[in-house]
Design a binder for this molecule. Structure first.
Ligand SMILES: [Zn+2]
Length: 477
């Protein structure tokens, strides 16, 4: 019997706000344990939550960027469970009326083949704290810095048919959220987390098999590894005629396996009820429309525009829409007046190559779009040779600085003054008597040899056009 997997991802994404969802504490990553807490996020009696408006707007934007319908009425529910890192004994979440529903993610299954997977819902919720179990300590510790950090949970439909599809879906989802400015989606810092629901069924069967939820998948590579292992494990159970148990399993990175954590809870286990501290309120259709109008261009639309409007190749358009900062930098150089294709070549050939070699981050680039444009203008104005411009850019990328000052510091500005070049030309002509004779004898290519000699004598700084004019004039004489 041939089995096919059915996969759906549940993705938690931290919204890029400065403060937490219901208090003024900073929402950043790291820091000393419990250095970013207050009576509200530690659930002291008598405190009340106040919704962070920025978080609400980012959650709406997430829905809009993913083509969801956005609900105008906002309702929060309490999800009750006991865990030491959850001081209130419940998490503020959304149950039956999620903020956004029915969106979609387009992703590439293979080059040129696009598939669309549906998003079932996006709801807002607060993060829990973190329990720590240090080695050699008899007790566990709790860090509440993350408690109350604003999240959206993006629940995908089980539309994914392989681990590779799940990975491609997650990459496309991440890129959409990053381009829309909703989150940095950094899996290492936990601002993007992914759980996978996976089941298997005989090929062609409509009904779903029993699903297992896999947690603690902390990288793109592990999405595929965890799913591959889990699909194989379920396949073996089916082959042995055993039942698959509905449960939550944890992915173990070092072994590449999943282990059972707990039997799966159902929604009733959480005793959801409307949070009386956060009454229903109207989000406002005008707010949704304002956010829709202000939504940054989708990366797929950018990719298309770069090709159709700016004449870039499919490859160039892909590279430049990989990261929002790359697209921003590229568009900045074009806005400063450089032809898109030329800008694309410089960015890929020099800037991205530099970042690749130095393992740098484009967000921390020391050179601005305007500076790159100004540097290329110097090449266009024959103040710098192409090779010299590349050297200047390299120094700018390494240590910052303006193009002209850097070119001067590196002594790379072209010598264009014919008076300054004449002596060098004379010296070369006096030395290269045979080449000169060849030229005068009708061998025109000898001119290039002479040009090369003069260029070398000026250490590449002489303006080749000026030198050529000088050579022709002097050889005629
Ligand atoms: Zn707080």
């Amino acid at each position: 019997m041939e089995l096919e997997p059915v996969i759906g991802l549940e993705v938690h994404c931290q919204l890029a706000t400065r403060s937490k969802l219901f208090c003024r504490c900073e929402a950043g990553f790291g820091g000393l344990p419990n250095s970013r807490i207050c009576p509200i996020c530690t659930a002291q009696p008598g405190t009340l939550p106040v919704l962070n408006e920025q978080a609400l707007e980012l959650a709406i934007k997430a829905g809009l960027a993913l083509s969801c319908q956005v609900r105008t009425q906002m309702k929060f529910d309490r999800k009750n469970y006991f865990y030491p890192d959850l001081p209130k004994g419940y998490q503020i979440s959304q149950f039956d009326e999620p903020l956004c529903e029915w969106g979609e993610v387009a992703f590439e299954v293979e080059k040129g083949v696009t598939k669309v997977a549906k998003i079932r819902r996006i709801h807002m919720e607060e993060d829990a704290g973190k329990a720590l179990h240090p080695d050699g300590l008899a007790s566990s510790l709790v860090d509440l810095n993350r408690a109350g950090v604003p999240l959206v949970e993006i629940v995908g439909q089980p539309d994914l048919a392989s681990p590779a599809e799940a990975s491609a879906y997650l990459q496309a989802l991440r890129r959409t959220l990053r381009f829309a400015g909703i989150s940095d989606c950094d899996m290492e810092k936990g601002s993007l987390r992914c759980d996978a629901n996976v089941s298997v069924r005989p090929k062609g069967q409509k009904e779903f098999g029993t699903k297992v939820e896999v947690k603690n998948i902390n990288s793109f590579k592990n999405v595929e590894r965890a799913l591959q292992f889990e699909i194989a494990r379920q396949g073996e159970l089916v082959a042995r005629g055993e039942k698959i148990v509905q449960e939550t399993r944890s992915f173990r990175d070092t072994e590449g396996t999943t282990v059972s954590m707990r039997k799966k809870e159902n929604a009733d286990d959480y005793r959801y009820f409307p949070d009386p501290d956060l009454p229903l309120f109207d989000v406002g259709a005008p707010r949704i429309e304002r956010l829709r109008a202000a939504l940054p261009e989708h990366w797929l639309a950018k990719r298309k525009r770069y090709q159709e409007q700016w004449g870039l190749s499919d490859y160039d358009a892909r590279v430049l829409t990989e990261e929002p900062a790359t697209a921003r930098f590229f568009e900045g150089v074009v806005a400063a007046g450089l032809a898109p294709k030329v800008a694309a070549n410089w960015i890929q050939g020099e800037v991205l190559a530099f970042l690749g070699e130095t393992k740098g981050d484009i967000e921390e680039l020391k050179t601005t779009s305007a500076q790159l444009r100004a540097l290329i203008a110097m090449e266009e104005g024959n103040e710098l040779s192409h090779q010299a411009a590349k050297k200047v850019l390299r120094r700018m990328l390494e240590s910052g600085g303006e193009p002209r000052a850097t070119a001067e510091a590196l002594d790379l500005l072209q010598i264009r003054d014919s008076g300054a070049l004449a002596a060098t030309v004379d010296a070369v002509l006096a030395q290269e008597t045979k080449v000169v004779a060849d030229y005068r004898g009708g061998k025109e290519t000898a001119l290039n040899a002479l040009l090369g000699r003069v260029m070398k004598a000026t250490k590449g700084k002489g303006d080749p056009n000026v030198i050529k004019e000088l050579l022709i004039a002097k050889l005629k004489a």
